[in-house]
Design a protein around this ligand. Structure first.
Ligand code: ATP
Length: 240
């Protein structure tokens, strides 16, 4: 079934010590779909992405990837299956060059020819990254660093991209570029789960979204429906 979710989360719970950060949430993501998680600071969005990537362990529920339970797999095996995270703050290696950063994205792969082909695809999608290949990544602008972080994730040849606040700290024009890239990625058939502080932007570009509050999903719907929802407008879009 081609329309079955590539990622399905059921009753996911995450705790840090005694603190329940995620209290039993359900999510689905299909191939080619852009879905957002929005909500206030501390709602549990980053924790959710990190848990899906296997960086943070869960304390309950199921994570199904292509119908298979992956909740106990270490992060590198999830990456090899096709679930890649671009973490909050981008997580690039600032002292390595752009080229070296990109190569780290392919560390789980052995198919040299495939990696070279994917490198060319990344260059086509992110021409700016190609221009900067030999530059030390820490000297790039914030937008360029975000592009490198996305490029690196693409080199694992993911089917699902988990993107944590790609717009953070970037000027509006740069954010626009980043979102054009995200759209190209979904057009290629990847599913993108996006955590975004800018709810307005997230809802405008997403097919569907989940609103998180205190570790729970309190609302979900199409981007359009949530943009029109008075509760969302007053709580997250700065209207009264
Ligand atoms: P933000 O946009 O500020 O990152 P968020 O919705 O992504 O917010 P999380 O970062 O997932 O929220 O945090 C959810 C809850 O878990 C918060 O109460 C936070 O303080 C707590 N938390 C997050 N990381 C840790 C950690 N490493 N140790 C202990 N508590 C944590």
């Amino acid at each position: 079934n081609s329309n079955a979710p590539i990622l399905e989360v059921r009753g996911l719970k995450v705790a840090y010590g005694g603190i329940q950060a995620v209290k039993g949430i359900d999510l689905t993501l299909r191939k080619g779909e852009l879905v957002s998680l929005i909500g206030a600071n501390g709602a549990g969005k980053t924790t959710t992405l990190n848990t899906l990537a296997g960086v943070v362990p869960h304390s309950g529920g199921e994570i199904l990837y292509a119908g298979q339970e992956i909740g106990k797999l270490p992060s590198h095996l999830r990456l090899r299956k096709g679930l890649a995270l671009v973490p909050e703050g981008r997580g690039i290696f600032t002292r390595l060059t752009v080229a070296e950063n990109l190569q780290t994205g392919a560390y789980t792969r052995r198919d040299t020819d495939g990696i070279a082909a994917d490198m060319e695809k990344v260059f086509a999608l992110l021409p700016r990254v190609k221009e900067r290949l030999n530059q030390v990544a820490g000297t790039l602008s914030g937008g360029e660093q975000q592009m490198v972080a996305i490029g690196r994730a693409l080199l694992s040849r993911p089917q699902v991209l988990l993107l944590d606040e790609p717009s953070m700290g970037l000027a509006p024009l740069v954010v626009e570029k980043i979102f054009e890239v995200i759209h190209s990625i979904t057009r290629e058939g990847m599913g993108v789960l996006l955590v975004e502080q800018n709810a307005n932007l997230a809802l405008e570009v997403s097919e569907r979204a989940y609103v998180m509050e205190g570790g729970r999903v309190t609302l979900e719907g199409t981007g359009k429906a949530l943009l029109d929802d008075p509760k969302v407008r007053s709580a997250y879009l700065g209207e009264d």
